[in-house]
Each structure stands twice: as structure tokens, then as C-alpha cells.
Design a protein around this ligand. Sequence first.
Ligand code: ADE
Length: 376
Amino acid sequence: MNFHVLTLFPEMIEQGLHTSILGKAMEKGCITLETTNIRDFSANKYNRVDDYPYGGGAGMVMEAEPVYRACKSVEEKIGKSARTVYLTPQGRVLNQTMVEELAMEEDLILLCGHYEGIDERVLEEVVTDYISIGDYVLTGGELGAMVLIDAVSRFVPGVLSNEESSQFESLQDNLLEYPHYTRPEEWHGKKVPPVLLSGDHKKIEAWRYEKSVERTKERRPDLLKNAVFVTCAFYAPETSWKEILLQTMEEMTRYGTFLDVGRKKIRKQYNNFGSRDFLLFAVPADLPDDSPLAAHEEFFQSFHGKNTPAALIVYGDSENKDQSASQQKLLTERLTTALQDKGFRILDTCLTPESPRERLQFLLRLREKIYQGIRS
Ligand code: ADE
């Protein structure tokens, strides 16, 4: 991933980011960082890049032309236009879903403003995203750009080692991390919670979930309001589908549950869900059955929601793409209606998310919708 920062203070960015994990990531070549001094593109003989605001008022405004030229110089260098983020307190406040979504880009141009801001006309021409790092005003966009680069880089393959890996992010579930402990077992009379010494991974996971919820309730109730518990109800006769689902769930949640509707026991038990649940339904488009539609609906007979947010993945036959696509479409429509009748609110549907990129796009879209949907 290549970060291109347009700034009046390149040394601030360079000095701040060449150390620690990001410094190593640059040495390894996982990320590159290039700064462009907007002042180098001044059309003025004194290298001035700002001027008084039309209409009067305090402060200076950065001129359009140097910013435009600086931006175009980067695009010429990389040979294409790229997503261009303007760091500003007027932007969307950065969150984990936005971070993961930005990490899918190959190049990102980050534009840092100073003084009172930048001439609106150039912003209209070059900026694709307006992003804030929080509801407070900084002296310039550089710290914002650095925060964004740090957070985004964690999702670039190779930046974090396996142990540091961001595969399980508590924030992806809208929960804070559970508390951590290391040796010694007792410190200042305080003991490590015994469950962590039990070696029972199921119990440890359950304890961590409970602590995460408890801590979020205490410290960030605003996050908890939008948290959901994810269940994947699936029928996946082919192991490759199961694999895709496993990865999908790992990217979606740390604490999900799987219900295999291919098993009679699962179809027979009560499967009731509330508005704090999220259901990911997944089925193949074609079944070796005379009436595949009826069979699919049968899978979810025992499932009941209460305005429960949900999504549907329908697997196609990759060897018979055309036939499969129409079958997938029909089935998606039928199942969406059937599940809606059972109290599920289908937020999105996806036809065989085969590539990791497609899958991540689908998931990030879903996560945005889940949290918007629950708020509304
Ligand atoms: N520039 C000034 N304040 C900012 C903020 N809160 N976020 C991003 N860029 C900024």
C-alpha cells in the first residue's frame, strides 16, 4: 500500500512514521510513504501558498493552485487517479470499518490543510473523502494523516506479525478488548483470574466475551448500543464453501456461532433471535432435489427473528456460471421474502463471494449497514 501525503510540513510526517512497526513495514516494502511539499508547487516567487479570505475574517486560506498541482504531480507519478482524503474536522469521524475499507486501496493520497483551510474549489475537484479523526480541532491535518496511516497499515498484509495480527479485532464487534494479564500470577495482592490458568479454551473465550461486554457497558455504552451477536446458519455440502464461510465469519466477528442446517438436530431445535442478533444465512443455489426452493425454505423452518438484521449468501456452481446465476437470483429473491416473513430484516445479499477482496467488501458493507440499521 502506498501513502502519498500532501503537506506543508513533510518532516513532521517523515519523523513521526519511520519508527517502530511502521518503520519496519516500510523497510520490508509492505507500505511506502512519500511526502510532497505543497510549497514546492507555489506559483509565487516568495513561495507563498496562502492568501487572505474573500469576504474578510480571521486567518489565511491555502490557495487552490499549489494544492491542485501537488495532487496532480502524485497522480502523474503513480499513473492514475487515486482516492484522495482531506483531513478535516468537518469530515466523517474515522472508525474501524472505514479503516479496513481504506486498507483495500493500493494508493491513498492524504491532503493536509493548515491555517483556516483550503480554497473550496480545489477540494471540489480533487477530494474523494473528507475524514476527521475526532471532534476537536487540530492545528493542521498532519496528525490526522499519521493516525489514519497507522490504523490503516495494521490491515495491510505483512505489516503485523502473526501474533500481532489484527484478524480478531474486538472493535469489529463494537466491543472493547477484555483485560489482559501476564506473569507474575499475583502482583500487589491481585491474582490473575483463575479461568485464564485453566487451559480450557472454551471457558476462556466465554470469559473474555463476558468481560468485553461488561467493560464496553461501563466505558463505552455508546458502542454497545450498536453491538450484535453474529450467528451463521448454513448449508454447505461442499467443503470449499465451508472454508469460505469460516473465513467470512472470522473477518466479521470474534464471537460468532455456527448452525449447520444440514443437521436435523439444528433444524428441529428452536432457533429464535432478537434485534441484538445478526444472522448470516448461507446456502448453495442448486440442490440435488426436485424442488430446491422448497428445500431451502425448509432449512429455515425453525428460524424466527424479531426484526433481526440478517444477510444472505447464495453459492453458485462455478462450472456452470450462466445457469447458476439465474438460479442464484431466483433463490435469493424467494429466500429473502421467506426470511422476511419469519421476522428477519435482510440487509444485503451476496452471490458466492469467492475472492477475499469481494468477501471483505461485502462484510464491510454489511457492518456499516448493521450499525446504521440498529441506530435507526
Ligand atoms: N485537521 C484539524 N482538525 C482535524 C481533525 N479533528 N481531524 C482531522 N484533521 C484535522
